[in-house]
Design a protein around this ligand. Structure first.
Ligand code: BEZ
Length: 253
């Protein structure tokens, strides 16, 4: 997980991150009067949508930059900079909601433990994030590009946690959560801005890693990734990434 997000880029060019998750809010089914934690709220778009249902929502994110942007956009809502691995809530929420965040955090046990403690008895955890096989073609293109350029592959090219249904359900059950819905599904995702889309995506989501490479090498490498991935991932004038989502709904006993 990074806390160095470019919140403006995220809003301007990667709005699909929350646009595609509207169905997840339906699965959450927020009820007026409930108290809900939006874990990894980013710039607050889904926090605001949940709040519109008459719910008291707290949006938390590790990134101060995202939280500042969320506060600017939605001054009436509550946001706090909190690391998902260090939740300190105690039986306070009717539900914990999370979209497109948990794949950034390999320490899943710590997160789930915090979520389980945060829920009131009978509360629910509804989440969606990258699941087993997510962006596999892209990551393979990353590796091939280092080889093709004869560059040493730095650490952290693919830092993500993409569990299977079985692996994640097991973790949830070990923390007293009963899994009632779990699915892994392909969700091909078209990036904005045509030809530039993949570079934008890489620069937003692999920023710290690119900085380590230096700008000149980063540019060479990005051009090579585009070459390596074009046949599989460039369709009708846009880049389409091979996203796979893991969607779960689990209830605390
Ligand atoms: C995802 O939403 O699947 C994702 C986003 C950024 C980096 C990696 C995966």
């Amino acid at each position: 997980m990074t806390n160095q997000w470019n919140a403006a880029q995220y809003d301007a060019k990667h709005a699909f991150v929350y646009e595609k998750a509207k169905g997840l809010v339906e699965l959450l089914a927020p009820q007026a009067g409930e108290r809900i934690l939006d874990l990894g709220c980013g710039t607050g778009a889904l926090t605001a949508e949940i709040a519109e249902r008459g719910v008291e929502v707290l949006g938390v994110d590790r990134s101060e930059e995202m939280i500042s942007q969320a506060r600017r956009k939605f001054p009436a809502l509550k946001f706090e900079a909190v690391d998902a691995r260090e939740l300190r809530f105690n039986a306070e929420f009717d539900a914990v909601f999370s979209n497109a965040v948990l794949h950034w955090i390999p320490q899943a046990k710590q997160v789930i433990s915090g979520v389980a403690h945060a829920l009131k008895p009978g509360g629910r955890f509804v989440a969606e994030f990258g699941g087993k096989g997510n962006i596999q073609r892209l990551v393979e293109g990353f590796h091939r590009s280092f080889s093709a350029l004869g560059m040493r592959e730095p650490d952290g090219v693919s830092p993500w946690f993409y569990p299977s249904v079985g692996e994640y359900a097991d973790l949830l059950e070990r923390h007293g959560l009963e899994v009632r819905e779990a699915s892994l599904f392909d969700r091909p995702t078209t990036l904005e801005e045509g030809e530039r889309g993949l570079e934008n995506w890489i620069r937003l989501f692999r920023q710290t890693f690119l900085e380590k490479m230096g700008e000149e090498n980063a540019q060479r490498w990005i051009r090579e990734v585009e070459r390596q991935c074009r046949v599989e991932l460039f369709k009708n004038g846009s880049w389409e990434l091979d996203y796979r989502r893991l969607r779960i709904a689990a209830w605390i006993a």
